[in-house]
Design a protein around this ligand. Structure first.
Ligand SMILES: Nc1ncnc2c1ncn2[C@@H]1O[C@H](COP(=O)(O)OP(=O)(O)OP(=O)(O)O)[C@@H](O)[C@H]1O
Ligand SMILES: [Mg+2]
Length: 209
């Protein structure tokens, strides 16, 4: 079983959106996938509750647990034959972030391209470096080419791997989340879907899936 953790101390940068979308890409690709939600806000659980009402999309089990139960939850996923577990975390440098960072075969650290978001990200990068976690930063909610260039340069300056693609700010993300879908299910030929498929292809390669 492979594990992908979404971590960032900053709130609202797309952890839950990317976590649920990775899970959808994996499920649509034929993998058995689960999400573990370590965030007390339980955003991924809320998304799954909406999703469960739609019988036409693959079911993705989402479990909300306290960080102290992460290892036993991962053992259960592994015993159940899950191919990929995605861990969503809370926006704080708490035990959940560290546990998810250590458990992840790969950790994705999303950031918006603004100065406040990028400077907050450097704290999370330091935490990951100190815990010897494997991961990469990824620019999310890019609105202009200038912000993309500026943001990518800032990420590269952190001395930590950077995912070689960015995700642009697109309305499909909000619509998909509200419907309990991934962007590839909401509009499979849209630009958001195209970017998400690129991220999934890159991630699969990193995880050797
Ligand atoms: N690329 C995108 N384009 C447009 N909207 C996006 C994009 N990514 C995420 N969003 C939206 O931004 C908001 C915040 O995203 P999300 O809830 O995933 O962030 P988060 O990091 O999990 O926040 P928190 O730390 O509070 O859990 C959501 O409404 C989500 O739908
Ligand atoms: Mg979240």
């Amino acid at each position: 079983m492979k594990i992908c953790s979404l971590v960032a101390k900053k709130g609202g940068v797309g952890k839950s959106a990317i976590a649920t979308n990775i899970a959808v890409c994996a499920a649509v690709d034929g993998y058995s996938v689960a999400i573990i939600d370590l965030d007390p806000q339980a955003s991924a659980c809320v998304w799954a509750d909406v999703r469960d009402a739609d019988s036409e999309v693959p079911t993705i089990p989402v479990t909300s647990i306290a960080p102290s139960r992460l290892h036993s939850a991962l053992d259960k996923c592994s015993s159940a034959g899950i191919d990929l577990t995605v861990i969503d975390t809370a926006p704080s440098a708490d035990s959940g972030l560290l546990a998810a960072a250590k458990a992840g075969d790969i950790c994705l650290l999303p950031s918006k391209p603004g100065l406040a978001d990028l400077s907050a990200l450097s704290d999370t990068v330091e935490l990951l470096k100190n815990s010897k976690a494997k991961g990469a930063t990824i620019l999310n909610m890019v609105a202009t080419k200038a912000l993309k260039l500026e943001g990518t340069k800032a990420l590269e300056g952190l001395g930590f791997p950077v995912v070689p693609l960015s995700i642009w700010q697109r309305v499909a993300w909000g619509h998909a989340y509200s419907g309990g879908w991934g962007v590839i299910e909401y509009d499979s030929s849209g630009k958001a879907a195209h970017e998400m498929k690129q991220l999934w292809t890159w991630l699969k390669k990193q995880l050797e899936m």
